[in-house]
Design a binder for this molecule. Structure first.
Ligand code: NAP
Length: 353
């Protein structure tokens, strides 16, 4: 297997640190460049970073020199992962793609671009065809692929098999999002300890919109016709550290016969990368719990390296047809981990060579 040299943009941030942690010992990808702002450029990584991961900072990374995020500084990498702040991602990611460097991004800036895939491999692996319609780089080497918001990832993984089986008319959900989702330093401890904040700025519109593109249909012209059903979301911040829990209610086009039937559909899901053997694929992408006390963020968010989505409380309802809870690790499955899985898929499909 070819080895790939990888740069990380926003390497000093919360998502950048998760990339560094998850890429240690990766069988295909080696980190050779670390980019951040002018505040950090020129310093060793150990000097520039406030390391918040719960493992030791690897020595080989600590001694690397942080650079800026320009194409000149990223020369020599095969592609970059981006955990850049949204205020700078449009320009910096676009410059790299135009310079012929593939960008696998967590930032929201290009998620709605008509030719940029919004990708969760298990759900819409074929949407990578959209890359062929991109015109960042006439040679075709440079392109941009994004992953969705950290709530949208577990939501679409739970909805996709149910949409295929029953069709979906409408969804309502309330999120219980952990503090790590706000980056570092995030929410002040006096605001969140022993408390719940019933609003996260800018979150609900993303939760409503992004699943439509993810669950949409790819046409022959390399564009996606979006799914069309309403999602009413209430986003809340709760005092957990990692893992977002969602309480989801679904109105189907055809009502399922029972909760057991729904569980069987979820358990038997043959998703789009089953059998591809990608290094970061969980063995079981969706774990369905029969015990109503699970899944729980502290006990289950890290299942399979934080890449498994847990589904529980599957039940029939009166007004909506069915309800469930879904749990996804926000910085692994919802950010850096899904971006690494996206890059592995792009290697398998030949987009990254
Ligand atoms: P963060 O901790 O604030 O980190 C931001 C990073 O961007 C830092 O490395 C910072 O470098 C860099 N940066 C800021 N201004 C820059 C500039 N002018 N030029 C180059 N680099 C610059 O943010 P985060 O929580 O990691 O989030 C990063 C991105 O991922 C955001 O777009 C966010 O919306 C998205 N995201 C986050 C999560 C999550 O759970 N946290 C989940 C999904 C998606 P310096 O240290 O040098 O300032």
């Amino acid at each position: 297997m070819k080895q790939f040299n990888v740069g990380i943009l926003g390497a000093t941030g919360a998502v950048g640190q998760k990339f560094i942690n998850l890429l240690q010992g990766h069988p295909w990808f080696t980190i050779t460049a670390l980019g951040a702002s002018e505040r950090s450029a020129g310093k060793s990584y150990a000097e520039a970073v406030n390391w918040i991961e719960a493992v030791e900072l690897p020595d080989a990374i600590a001694s690397m020199t942080v650079t800026d995020c320009s194409p000149a500084s990223m020369k020599g990498v095969d592609f970059v992962f981006s955990g850049l702040d949204a205020s700078v991602a449009t320009e910096l990611e676009g410059d790299l793609a135009r310079a012929g460097i593939p960008v696998i991004s967590n930032a929201k800036n290009y998620r709605t671009h008509p030719h940029v895939p919004l990708l969760v491999p298990e759900v819409n692996a074929t949407h990578t065809e959209m890359i062929k319609a991109q015109d960042f780089d006439p040679s075709g080497r440079g392109f941009i692929v994004t992953n969705p918001n950290c709530v949208a990832v577990p939501l679409v993984m739970a909805l996709k098999p149910l949409m295929d089986a029953y069709g979906i008319q409408a969804v309502a959900l309330t999120t219980m999002q952990s503090v790590s989702g706000a980056g570092y330093p995030g929410v002040a401890s006096l605001d969140i300890l022993g408390n719940v904040i019933p609003f996260i700025s800018g979150e609900e519109p993303k939760i409503a919109a992004e699943p439509m593109k993810l669950l949409g249909r790819l046409g022959g012209d390399q564009t996606v016709t979006e799914a069309r059903f309403p999602i009413d979301a209430t986003a809340t911040r709760v005092p957990t550290i990692e893992g977002h829990l969602l309480s989801v209610k679904i109105k189907f086009e055809q009502k399922p016969a029972s909760a057991d039937e729904i569980k069987a559909v979820l358990r038997n899901w043959k998703h789009e990368v089953s059998g591809l053997d990608l290094p970061s694929s969980p063995r079981t992408a969706l774990k369905v719990y029969d015990d109503d006390r699970f899944p729980q963020p502290r006990k289950n968010a890290y299942n399979e390296n934080g890449m498994q989505v847990g589904v529980g409380r599957v039940r029939m309802l009166e007004f909506f047809d069915a309800g469930l809870v879904a749990l996804g690790h926000n910085t692994c499955r919802g950010a850096a981990g899904v971006a690494i899985l996206n890059a592995e898929l792009l290697v398998k499909q030949g987009f990254i060579q």
